[in-house]
Ligand binder design. Structure first.
Ligand SMILES: NC(=O)C1=CN([C@@H]2O[C@H](COP(=O)(O)OP(=O)(O)OC[C@H]3O[C@@H](n4cnc5c(N)ncnc54)[C@H](OP(=O)(O)O)[C@@H]3O)[C@@H](O)[C@H]2O)C=CC1
Ligand SMILES: Nc1nc(=O)c2c([nH]1)NC[C@@H]1CN(c3ccc(C(=O)N[C@@H](CCC(=O)O)C(=O)O)cc3)C=[N+]21
Length: 291
């Protein structure tokens, strides 16, 4: 079967162009330019790459940005105090705390300290709940990016069976809710305790995977003609890679792609869309706080 490659780089470039235009309009009208702050704790190599990508994207659309770095020995209390400070800084419209955090810091405590109208990752409970609201505040960025990819490729979800593998609060859980609420799909959520994963994935019209285990989804687990969205991004190290490492998704792309109608590559699929969503959320946060 011939399949269509879902080009997240192209779609995210289109979105960035739309944002640049809006920033130029705001500038011309003398309105506030969006300002994103990024809090990075520790010096994990992968986090550094993601954060660099986010900074590059801010520059490309004309946003202001501030990097806030802390050693991984920072106490939870100090980090919470810093978040309070950013919450009250009127110049910062939106901010994110890059994950993962060191084990002595509670992700839940940190996330809940973030003011919901500045939570451009869409991680707070309030924004999670926004998914089922008629008047949403800020959408969880990764699932928002996935829904936007489906929309821009005219992939109909209504009445389809969507199977989501992985149920984390930043990816799988909010994505499942969005597919059911906004996408009107029938949704199955699979996780670590799911028995016989293949029996579910094989019945998927749309299969979405956010686990972080390269090669988890093999060709025999996918129905002929399915749409496959791979959210997993794992850095796999090896001497065969020019940089010493490569990014891999959860889907065995080579074997699975020929069975699909549409599929996202990794890299170049969902990853760039998460950043586009982050920028869209930052613009929205600015419009809400400084109309
Ligand atoms: N492209 C992007 O922009 C983004 C990519 N990611 C990537 O997505 C992947 C997942 O990230 P994240 O959600 O944060 O990870 P987590 O580790 O928080 O969640 C993984 C989820 O997968 C489930 N799981 C683990 N093993 C299996 C298995 N064998 N079969 C089925 N389900 C399983 C876990 O189940 P349980 O809940 O029971 O433990 C959990 O729900 C990572 O590769 C990450 O890098 C994440 C965010 C953004
Ligand atoms: N507070 C917070 N928010 C996040 O959104 C968040 C986070 N923490 N921690 C880590 C995960 C992971 N994540 C990715 C974002 C972009 C790419 C991305 O752009 N990937 C490129 C490749 C990048 C490369 O080559 O290294 C691609 O897939 O084409 C990947 C992964 C966001 N996350």
């Amino acid at each position: 079967m011939t399949y269509t490659l879902i080009d997240g780089r192209k779609v995210s470039t289109d979105i960035k162009n739309e944002i640049s235009q809006k920033v130029a309009e705001r500038k011309a009208l003398g309105r506030k330019i969006p300002h994103l702050a990024i809090i990075l704790v520790g010096d994990d190599g992968a986090s550094q790459t993601y954060v660099d990508n986010k900074v590059k994207s801010c520059k490309s659309v004309g946003f202001h940005y501030t990097m806030m770095r802390f050693a991984d020995t920072i106490s939870e209390e100090k980090l919470l105090k810093h978040i309070d400070h950013v919450n009250n800084d009127d110049d910062v419209d939106g901010f994110i705390v890059q994950l993962p955090l060191p084990p002595h810091i509670s992700v839940e405590k940190i996330t809940e300290k973030i003011r919901s109208d500045k939570d451009v990752d869409g991680f707070t409970n309030h924004n999670f709940g926004s998914i089922i609201s008629k008047n949403p505040l800020l959408m969880p960025a990764t699932p928002f990016g996935v829904m936007e990819l489906l929309r821009r490729y005219n992939i109909d979800t209504e009445g389809k069976h969507a199977v989501v593998v992985g149920a984390s609060r930043i990816a799988g859980a909010p994505l499942s809710m969005m597919l059911a609420e906004q996408g009107r799909a029938t949704v199955t959520i699979c996780h670590k305790f799911t028995k016989d994963l293949g029996s579910y994935t094989r019945s998927a019209d749309i299969l979405l995977v956010a686990v972080g285990k390269p090669g988890l989804i093999t060709a025999d687990m996918v129905k002929e003609g399915a749409v496959v969205i791979d959210i997993g991004t794992t850095r796999v190290e090896g001497p065969q890679y020019p940089k010493g490492w490569a990014i891999q998704g959860d889907v065995d792309f080579k074997a699975v792609a020929p069975k699909t109608s549409y599929i996202t590559p990794t890299p170049g699929g969902v990853g760039p869309m998460t950043i586009a969503s982050l920028l869209l959320n930052t613009l929205r946060a600015t419009e809400l706080q400084h109309p």
